[in-house]
Design a binder for this molecule. Structure first.
Ligand code: DQA
Length: 148
């Protein structure tokens, strides 16, 4: 069965109370349980959230080493972490799928959010659909690599 790591970057542990007008009221636990339900027995999901850049880079290394596809919300690292970009590039260059997701639409927000250093090495990007961004990413992954 295909393995998928769902990784969330900094401050996403605060979903539910963090800027609900931007990110909605669903918590990370809500999002993860919706993903588990959607995956059923078709995909083996694992979850991680970290505020630490080095830890997130390490998670990409582990995904690479274990042949695990990735759904990644890089949060603020999206906009400036070349280290995370380089780690993501190794994942996709190995033929694994890495989908960048965002709850909000960064292009409709402050200018510094308009550029992603991750997108250029991601398989694809889904943004602006709240928690559904993650579910759409999982649906696409299931189509690409999942069990029928
Ligand atoms: C985010 C958008 C980023 O700009 C921001 O720094 C986040 C969350 C999103 O999911 O909309 O922390 O990645």
């Amino acid at each position: 069965m295909a393995r998928v790591l769902v990784a969330h970057g900094p401050n996403l542990s605060r979903l539910g109370s963090r800027e609900p007008e931007v990110y909605g009221t669903a918590t990370l636990a809500d999002i993860e349980s919706a993903l588990s339900e959607r995956a059923g027995s078709r995909m083996e999901l694992s979850f991680a959230q970290t505020d630490d850049e080095a830890t997130l880079v390490g998670l990409m290394h582990t995904a690479l080493d274990t042949g695990t596809h990735v759904i990644l919300n890089p949060a603020a690292f999206t906009h400036y972490s070349y280290a995370l970009r380089d780690a993501c590039a190794m994942v996709t260059q190995a033929g694994l799928v890495l989908i960048e997701v965002h709850l909000s639409n960064p292009h409709a927000r402050e200018e510094f959010r308009h550029h992603s250093v991750i997108s250029g090495v991601a398989t694809g990007v889904i943004a602006g659909f709240g928690p559904d961004s993650y579910l759409l990413a999982l649906d696409h992954l299931t189509t690409l690599v999942g069990e029928k």
